[in-house]
Design a protein around this ligand. Structure first.
Ligand SMILES: [Zn+2]
Ligand SMILES: [Zn+2]
Length: 177
């Protein structure tokens, strides 16, 4: 494990959320959001409104800037966000998750909670000097964010689809030689 379990979960969820903005956009309805939240075990307030959906859709570009920033720039963005929010840190244990930190209360709006969770995880990334774990997909036509938590840092593509497409292209290129 590179980071604490909750940080890794928050990073993975944030990367997936950001990558839903890649064409074709896969976060278009309250039902899409519902599915995302279920997959990542989100608890707490969830309004299920178009407004909440719009705010989360809009949040994606901000998260993208944060996740793809160089270390010093990530620090700058983290500090801006920390100055905007009121934190209410609390260690909690719920569902199948052992003790972990909730930095904001369960009644805070979902977009803010996702933003703060991502910031808390990025604090870990910065402190460990591991911003190189985050990159942009090596596929030339894809802007997806890649989170590499592998031991040998071998991950270059945001999805198996991108990985397979490039493996096929590389195979064809070799064959054509
Ligand atoms: Zn939790
Ligand atoms: Zn990709």
């Amino acid at each position: 494990m590179v980071f604490a379990y909750d940080s890794e979960m928050a990073l993975q969820a944030a990367v997936e959320l950001v990558n839903t903005a890649e064409e074709p956009d896969t976060l278009c309805s309250v039902a899409d959001l519902e599915e995302f939240l279920e997959r990542w075990g989100y608890t707490g307030r969830h309004d299920r409104t178009e407004r909440e959906l719009d705010e989360i859709r809009a949040l994606r570009s901000r998260l993208r800037r944060l996740l793809s920033a160089e270390r010093d720039e990530a620090v700058r963005q983290v500090n801006v966000i920390l100055s905007e929010v009121t934190l209410r840190p609390e260690l909690v244990r719920h569902d199948e998750y052992d003790w972990h930190l909730h930095a904001v209360g369960p009644d805070d709006p979902l977009p803010r909670r996702i933003l703060v969770e991502t910031v808390m995880a990025m604090i870990d990334v910065v402190r460990a000097d591991e911003t190189s774990r985050l990159s942009v997909c090596a596929d030339r036509s894809c802007e997806g964010i890649v989170l590499d938590l592998s031991r040998n840092r071998s991950r270059r593509y945001c999805s198996t689809a991108c990985g397979n497409r490039n493996a096929v292209a590389a195979y064809r290129a070799r064959k054509a030689q």
